[in-house]
Design a protein around this ligand. Structure first.
Ligand SMILES: Cc1cc2nc3c(=O)[nH]c(=O)nc-3n(C[C@H](O)[C@H](O)[C@H](O)COP(=O)(O)OP(=O)(O)OC[C@H]3O[C@@H](n4cnc5c(N)ncnc54)[C@H](O)[C@@H]3O)c2cc1C
Length: 388
């Protein structure tokens, strides 16, 4: 077992750090305050390969291990979790399209997406189907050589500003549950697609979130990803990696917040000395660093399991997502506390990091659903799986 990064991995992280410092850090506060979607910066990330990090090579992707992708996302999230999280969702949807699309659809979208020239959204959640995603109602009816789509999706990241939707819709009967769901690549501007208002959110303000309505939207049947009935499996495979990505965004945000707090504690003086000299605060800092390192290692372990195709990879992805997003939020919040009143002001990035990290405990499966997944694996079946 080797915990050291390779030379290549260090080089990826360095490139991402430089990109984060030059293309994201100077603008992140403004993108948040003005709710600006930084299309150009995302295209620049694409030029570095960051929009198709683990997408297959035949779609123009780098086909990197998930572990390597975490190193890159962590550096970017340390300065801008919101924009980075969108880039991770784009990577997830692009990987799904690159892996399961027909040759025709992959040829049409693959390189455009992996280069960041075009962007993708992941559309699973519906107004009535959140945690219970398998109860989704959006229908795709095969009529001749086309599917006709009707229904609505909610909370879709990037919606209204992306070019293609990786959409999960029901092709079987309602009673068929997850087995009746199929996945599709749907061009985002087809007749019959309409977008709701841009949601006003607590954080993640540099990316739009909208409802999407589908009213008799027609797509050629070759836009199906995989086979009919495989959609839920494909959606969950996407989310295994998505959970590692969101966990990584929390680790990155927490590292950014911790670094700020370390500096601030040395600079800020009260009672005639630097607040870093107070042992109560030193202990807080020590706990923040300890839990952050534990979260990072758990995320990397889960990523390695996914890379190795381990049978318990999904369980580890759920554990990493639960632990790293809870820890990430705690560390950001404690770093804000260490800044006193200044942490609450927009002059410092802490309040933005707290607001951005909060939603990571909710999406890509809530942290309660992560516990459902972990416990199910431990308790179901005749021979419950040991978690070691
Ligand atoms: C900013 C943002 C961006 C998002 N982006 C996307 C996106 O790009 N694509 C997409 O498809 N979705 C997206 N989502 C949706 C997100 O995945 C859902 O919000 C999430 O899965 C929870 O669903 P819900 O909001 O309907 O909550 P609900 O499912 O209604 O849950 C409400 C509460 O009940 C709890 N709960 C539910 N069931 C159980 C249970 N069995 N046991 C214990 N507790 C339970 C939940 O944990 C939660 O605390 C986004 C959400 C947000 C906020």
């Amino acid at each position: 077992m080797d915990f050291e990064l390779t030379e290549d991995q260090r080089a990826f992280a360095n490139t991402a750090r430089q990109f984060a410092q030059t293309a994201l850090a100077p603008h992140a506060a403004n993108w948040d305050a003005e709710a600006i979607f930084p299309r150009e910066a995302i295209a620049q990330a694409g030029e570095l390969g960051f929009c198709g990090l683990y997408a297959p090579e035949n779609a123009g992707g780098l086909a990197l291990p998930r572990l390597d992708a975490t190193l890159i996302f962590e550096e970017m999230a340390a300065v801008d979790p919101s924009t980075t999280a969108f880039i991770t969702i784009h990577n997830m949807a692009t990987w799904m399209l690159g892996t399961w699309a027909t040759d025709v659809v992959r040829a049409e979208w693959g390189e455009a997406l992996t280069s960041g020239q075009k962007l993708a959204s992941y559309a699973l959640t519906e107004p009535g189907a959140g945690s219970d995603a398998a109860s989704l109602k959006t229908r795709a009816e095969l009529v001749g050589h086309e599917y006709v789509i009707n229904g609505a999706k909610a909370f879709i990241s990037g919606a209204g500003s992306t070019d293609v939707l990786v959409l999960m819709a029901r092709t079987g009967e309602a009673a068929s549950g997850s087995a009746g769901i199929s996945a599709f690549a749907v061009p985002a501007n087809l007749p019959g697609i309409s977008y709701g208002k841009k949601e006003e959110k607590m954080g993640w303000n540099s990316q739009p979130t909208r409802v999407i309505n589908f009213d008799n939207v027609r797509i050629p049947s070759n836009h199906l990803l995989g086979h009919e009935g495989e959609g839920f499996k494909i959606a969950m495979k996407g989310l295994d990696g998505g959970r590692i990505n969101i966990a990584t965004c929390s680790v990155g945000a927490a590292q950014g917040a911790l670094t700020q707090a370390q500096q601030y504690m040395q600079e800020r003086k009260q009672f005639g000395k630097a607040i870093a000299s107070f042992q109560a605060l030193q202990f807080k800092l020590a706990d923040m660093a300890t839990e952050l390192v534990a979260a990072r290692q758990m995320v990397r372990l889960a990523a390695s399991k996914l890379d190795a195709g381990a049978p318990d990879a999904s369980t580890y992805c759920a554990m990493a997502k639960r632990f790293a997003t809870d820890t990430g939020f705690m560390v950001c919040n404690e770093a804000l506390q260490l800044h006193g009143g200044y942490g609450y002001l927009r002059d410092f990035p802490l309040e933005r990091l707290v607001r951005d990290a909060r939603v990571h405990q909710i999406l890509e499966g809530t942290n309660e659903i992560m516990r459902v997944i972990i416990a199910r694996r431990m308790l179901e079946g005749d021979a419950p799986e040991a978690i070691r």
